[in-house]
Design a protein around this ligand. Sequence first.
Ligand code: BJW
Length: 240
Amino acid sequence: MTHYKSIVVLTGAGISAESGIQTFRASDGLWEEHRIDEVATPEGFKKNPALVQQFYNARRDALLHERIAANPAHMALAQLEREWLTRPGHQFLLITQNIDDLHERAGSEKLIHMHGELLKMRCELSQQVFTIHHDIGGDDICACCGEKGRLRPHIVWFGEMPLKLEQIYRALANCDLFLSVGTSGNVYPAAGFAQEAKQADAYTVEINLEPTKQNDLFDKHFYGKAGETLPAFVDSLLSR
Ligand code: BJW
């Protein structure tokens, strides 16, 4: 039986679907209701900042609703990190494309939000990042530069550079198990991570409701809800 030492996990919108958060590309997903170029590009923000702020304000409100909570899939990854890192020489990194904070709520700590965070905003002038639990408005004055209209959601839009890529590629180059959960594999560079892991000779595992665009890059697939399949997979890893 193979003994893995270094695990990298990539999560996407599917892991939060069972918590009541909309995915992007499903028939009832966010991109059916909103135009990507209007709400998820720097050009869209420049053209109509109020519309973009409204889009993220509404999603922030929804995330902070009391009915939203981490689900068994988020919990399983937090447990995996906790127990894996007690083993000498073992490594773990969780990379999420999600901007919600459900991994943190479950207890994950070795975590990168490569597409930003909904509960943070950023000053466009100083790049200083602030935590927020309220709406951002066009008239808001930035605490660092004192100017109006300089605050934007701390989100990586299309055409912008995802966060902490250097750290991510370093981890991928050293991993021996790569696990992808609930992502459609449509958006780069995240969609290229399985290929990077394969080049490092890692064993690659995918959990999704259905086959994805990256299907051929995975050694093993588990089809089903992440909240059901992931805890069982984590149990099998931890019992080795
Ligand atoms: C379940 C489930 C359950 C459901 N259990 N599973 C041509 C070729 C290559 C690249 C490009 C290209 N043209 C343009 C690009 C670059 C572009 C890109 O990739 N475009 C594509 C559309 C082609 N990428 C970028 O611009 C990125 N930046 C960049 O490339 O910088 C330059 C660079 C150069 C060199 C190296 C590195 C970088 C930035 C991308 C920013 C993405 N931003 C968004 C929105 C902001 C965040 C937000 O508002 O929330 O991020 S787009 C949106 O898609 C969001 C997500 O994080 C991202 C991925 O979506 P995800 O998570 O996969 O969701 P879905 O809905 O697609 O899939 C859900 C899956 O879950 C499905 O498969 C379901 O089956 C499954 N599922 N329930 C298990 N219960």
